[in-house]
Write a protein that binds this ligand. Sequence first.
Ligand SMILES: *Cc1c(COP(=O)(O)O)cnc(C)c1O
Length: 357
Amino acid sequence: MEFDHTAHPNPTSAARLEQILANPGFGTSFADHTAVIDWTAERGWANPRVEPYGPIALDPAASVLHYAQEIFEGMKAYRHDDGGIYTFRPLENARRLNRSAQRMALPELPEELFVASLEELVQTDRDWVPNGDGEALYLRPFMFASEAFLGVRAAREVSYRVIASPAGNYFGGELKPVRIWVTRDYIRAAPGGTGAAKTGGNYAGSLAAQQQATAQGCDQVLFLDPTRENAVEELGGMNVFLVTADNRLITPELTGTILEGITRASVIQLAKDRGMAVEERRVTLDEWGAGIADGSITEAFACGTAAVITPIGELVDGDRSIASAGTGEVTTSIREELLGIQTGTVEDRHGWMHQLA
Ligand SMILES: *Cc1c(COP(=O)(O)O)cnc(C)c1O
């Protein structure tokens, strides 16, 4: 299936684009185009194209607006010194999109169409890729039920799209440790639920907890599993790692309630490459607190595409505070290696980078 290459003008002036790229922020401005592929139960995927970016005409009865049948992905395109534009492990995103699709009863998108949609959009909007330190064009593929129908069943009409947004440093400024609020009032996911799917509803359900975190002066929320002795799960949109004094890495195992981060998998690989032992297992909040207190846990960090790797400075659990050491050496060094691979300054020995344009 070939993308339609009809040319479309760029509504954003060169001067305005320069202004946007000088200070990209996160998720506030959007590239001039969007990649689109339609799906119906009758004909499957059809009509792949690149269109001007703009509002979507949706019937008010579109089932995504009522029953939240929606999934998404998040990835970044980096401008390398060789002039090419590259993204990180896109086949992993394609596969995860399809696992999310299975869980949310949406159609699976062939992997090559997923990758082609990224290539087409980035080739069209290549001027939107910033080239500052740690900056990238954030790519947001998403799929939703567009059928106008109020009955409850999987939609027979679906839209897949990709939009792009220039991105600076996610938490703004330099690498500063974040303060994390431990929620005891809310959980993010449960066995058999949708926690492992990248679906909007998981985020909608995390917002009340995020509001509490913000009210407590924290940056993000940590979710626990109260049915497993307060096992650490993850943040609203990032996976969590602990570093031990004897050079081990500990991260919660994938039990079906945690999102399988591609950054998480890559951090595990890079740690193993350095000879670190990696433990994917249940880790409780008590173990975390006791480890910080007796010095056996020296660092904690969160990871995900948007912020890459962010040190966790402090956990706030009601009246109790668990402080970490700040930005530790292992966190900094893994972050530099991963960012180096992504931005093209460190050898890509696993073949993770894929040229888009
Ligand atoms: C997307 C996401 C992550 C991070 O996944 P990456 O592939 O590393 O970007 C972690 N947790 C949740 C809940 C997510 O939605």
